[in-house]
Ligand binder design. Sequence first.
Ligand code: PRP
Length: 538
Amino acid sequence: MNCISTPEGTRDLLFSATRALRKTERAVRETLEKRGYEEIITPVMEYYDVFLHANPTQSQEVMVKATDRNGRICVMRPDNTTPIARVAASRFPDEAFPAHIYYCQKVIRAVADDHGHRGEVLQVGAELMGTDGLDADLDILSAAFDALASVGAGFRVELGHAGIYKGLISSLGVSEETAEEIRTLIENKSFAALGDVLEPYRDREAYRALKAMPQLFGGVEVLEEAERLTENPEARAAFAYLKALLGALTKAGHGDAVMIDLGLVHELDYYTGVMFRGYAGGAGAAILRGGRYNALCGKFGRDLAAAGFAIDLEALTEAAPAAGYAEGSGRIRIALTKGRLEKKTLALLKNSGYDISELESPSRKLIFSLPGSDIEVVLAKAADVITYVEHGVCDMGVVGKDTIMEKGGSFYEMVDLGFGKCRFAVATKKGRDVYGGYKMPVIATKYPAVAKAFFEKKNIDVVTIKIEGSVELAPLLELADAIVDIVETGSTLRENGLEVVEEVAPISARVIVNLASAKLKKQQIQRVIGELERGLEE
Ligand code: PRP
């Protein structure tokens, strides 16, 4: 029995780390209390039904479950806002509203092994319930700005609005599936792929604005640009609202720290108005998330307009040393994939005007500074490129769509470089009927997540077996009925008497960008992307 380790995603915090965390906590608490927010504490465990009822699309897997004596399923709270909405809707008297509430307590989520993600997160957050409109949003946003500023400078908060996408997509009149595809491409800032999906709707009014959404991030000029793109009333109301909010925030002294990202299209069945995220130099992911969620309290029996935010205190504490951060002051670190894509990626860098002589000469070196530029290159295995970019230790990466599909993660997939082209396919022995009979098909693959997602979409239940290489052997040795694998020239299949049964997805090399870097180093990153795109044309 192992009794010295802690569950995945949890950790002990000793002396100096605890001191630093508590110092941040005190600063944020004091700020919120000064602004009139009052603390409440909710149980660490709630009935599973509370969260299911609040958000039926929430993934079950992230919830850590237990049962009470009566066998009812309980979960460690995966978020703080739902329990607070439950309390406010069911226990507050009418005269308590508008209610300024704050909390400082942990959320617990089950995380995947070995990703380095924290599953136990100490959050300080504020909720303003029972009031709507510009003043209310200004109140909650000012609390967010003050809370971050109490710890250090060098943070940015970006604003978006749920009404933009909702208005545009409903006027486009597409199926739910296509709408979700479009939303995901906007969320991932996949400019080119979004253009392809939207192409059939070129003559629709919403086309231009939807297509531009992922690129509409930056300063106030973004709102003016957006206004020129659409007459959609819901979207235009959102632009006007954001403009007014931005004006009010600037007046309140927060102008330098505000950004706009009209491509914020996350959790749209939850947010109903303004949405915001905070970033700090040194933290790879958002350290603050929030927005207006006017529909949540109604699920607990009382219609209450509400807005709020949560800050990840540990991430904020760790980012604080980088507080002197300024755009353009640092290097851009790019992770490149070793092996399959390496030669073509290096050729692209050369074409784009970078001096890569050191990378070309044989050595065991892993980090390279490109002479005469602000770029540093690291070479890594494909999956590690994603890990480094996701954690923010690399700003950007070049990696195959195959690895992106298998590993997933939070980053922007900004450019399809168009080389390293191949495809995922289902293949088996010539003439074999994979889906025939009553037997559950056995699928061998190096890419179990891709295979599972593909068959799930087709509503076919399969058994997947992970194979590390030369997957083609598995059907030949009768371990599996078929494989899901990369097909490039098709010669491996041909030479072994196998054939493609079905296409799964096309693959090529992509440029991925860390979420915080995309915002905090926008100009540098756009310059590098521009140079790479020009290199492609040469
Ligand atoms: C990939 C893939 C196929 C082969 C397809 O394997 O898994 O086996 O390439 O290429 P083709 O269609 O041009 O024949 P890889 O070379 O990465 O080796 P591995 O399977 O041993 O990992």
